[in-house]
Design a binder for this molecule. Structure first.
Ligand code: NAP
Length: 106
């Protein structure tokens, strides 16, 4: 049995802004993170900082405009940690549509 109070959290758009801040906070709270975005230099710096502080984080380049890339990102997180408990779909810009419309190309 694993400790269900420790979550495996995949965060898209973790290289800056809200995603980066969320990663720092969740890492400080002891959760295990898998971080994606296009600017891998920033992600790698963040992972280095988190692990130096005793946290657990890994990264993979991710472009959320490709559905296959998002699937591969989640699969890589599952491979790394054995599961994904929480997906923080933070990356992106601002066009709005109903979730049920599944406009993934946006
Ligand atoms: N700030 C606000 O007031 C506000 C309000 C409402 C909603 N939001 C939403 O909250 C989210 C984060 O906003 P923020 O203010 O933190 O913006 P931000 O600092 O510009 O961060 C956006 C993040 O998304 C990533 N990203 C953008 N396009 C991507 C793509 N195609 N594939 C993968 N990652 C991508 C960026 O990383 P890379 O460039 O490295 O890929 C970056 O890490 C956005 O979805 C935004 O629409 C923000």
């Amino acid at each position: 049995m694993h400790d269900r109070t420790v979550k495996v959290v995949a965060i898209t758009g973790a290289s800056s802004g809200i995603g980066e801040a969320t990663a720092r906070r969740l890492a400080a709270d002891g959760h295990r993170l898998f971080l994606g975005a296009r600017r891998t230099d920033r992600l790698e710096r963040l992972v280095t900082e988190i692990t130096a502080a005793g946290g657990t984080a890994a990264t993979r380049r991710l472009d959320v405009t490709g559905a296959a890339d998002v699937r591969d990102f989640v699969a890589a997180a599952e491979e790394r940690y054995g599961r994904v408990d929480v997906m923080v779909n933070n990356a992106g810009v601002m066009p709005l549509s109903p979730l049920e419309a599944l406009r993934t190309e946006e």
